[in-house]
Design a protein. Structure first.
Length: 274
């Protein structure tokens, strides 16, 4: 992870890390969205991770680790000092949840399941970050990852145009811009929810969820407009990665925001059917 990206997420978790734990609706939404994208029910997830060692790459403040508590050991890996400190605070009395403050690309270990959800696209090279994540999975284990998807031409152009400026702003000014985009999302939602969703998916990101606390609504916008690295990828790219890394897809979900994959890590002598 680049120094600038690390500093950005340090600020994100310093400002809003506690909100991800306190906002119960946000945590429930996060879990349900994860299950939908990876083709699982809650009971199926618990069965999948039960008795297993699970690593969450890019755990941030650790809010998703509640969903992984039924694992034999659930590890949260993140380079952000502030995110890790918050995660350790909330899980200090949960012995099977272990928080590690380290860079993914320098980390060594082997786990039954590795989850890299909405994080790899923030590293300098998404494929190399995925390759590293796969190297942490035991043979016969499972990798689960999600990367941003390239959207329509207008939204992609607007994203590139806006982010060209917002990623060069100070944290304070980017925060103000994110507040403005949140306000647009709120106003559009109040006028007409389908209109807000159309603008969101086709023109520019103006996230707002009326059930989230203000901090989490603001964080979602800042999380898009502040990080200097936010690669977007196509479905074809992801399929090439699966073949190259000898991964057998069990579930592949292409949504508006990203491409989510649950795959088995095959031994080297096996090949994915072409």
């Amino acid at each position: 992870m680049s120094t600038e990206t690390k500093e950005t997420f340090d600020q994100i978790w310093l400002k809003w890390g506690h909100a991800t734990h306190i906002d119960g609706y946000f945590r429930a939404f996060q879990t349900n969205w994860f299950l939908k994208r990876f083709g699982l029910t809650y009971s199926e997830l618990n069965e999948l991770i039960g008795g297993k060692t699970v690593l969450e790459v890019g755990t941030g403040s650790g809010a998703f680790l509640y969903t992984l508590k039924s694992a034999r050991l659930a590890y949260g890996l993140d380079q952000s000092y502030h995110g890790v400190q918050i995660a350790r605070y909330y899980f200090q009395d949960t012995p099977n949840v272990i928080i590690i403050n380290q860079d993914l690309m320098k980390f060594v270990g082997k786990f039954d399941i590795v989850i890299a959800d909405q994080v790899l696209h923030h590293l300098p090279d998404t494929y190399k970050a995925l390759e590293k994540s796969v190297s942490l999975v035991k043979l016969g284990g499972i990798i689960m990852f999600m990367v941003y998807k390239k959207k329509g031409a207008i939204r992609e152009s607007m994203d590139s145009f806006l982010r060209y400026f917002t990623t060069r702003l100070s944290d304070e000014n980017c925060l103000r811009f994110s507040e403005f985009m949140m306000w647009i999302g709120k106003r559009l939602t109040e006028i007409n929810l389908p209109l807000q969703r159309w603008v969101y998916w086709n023109l520019f990101k103006c996230f707002y969820n009326e059930y989230f606390c203000r901090s989490n609504n603001l964080r979602v916008n800042f999380d898009w407009y502040s990080p200097k690295i936010a690669h977007r990828h196509t479905e074809a790219e992801v399929y090439k990665w699966l073949i190259k890394l000898n991964l057998e897809p069990v579930s592949l979900h292409v949504g508006e925001s990203g491409i989510s994959v649950r795959a088995n890590v095959l031994p080297k002598q096996e090949t994915v059917a072409r």
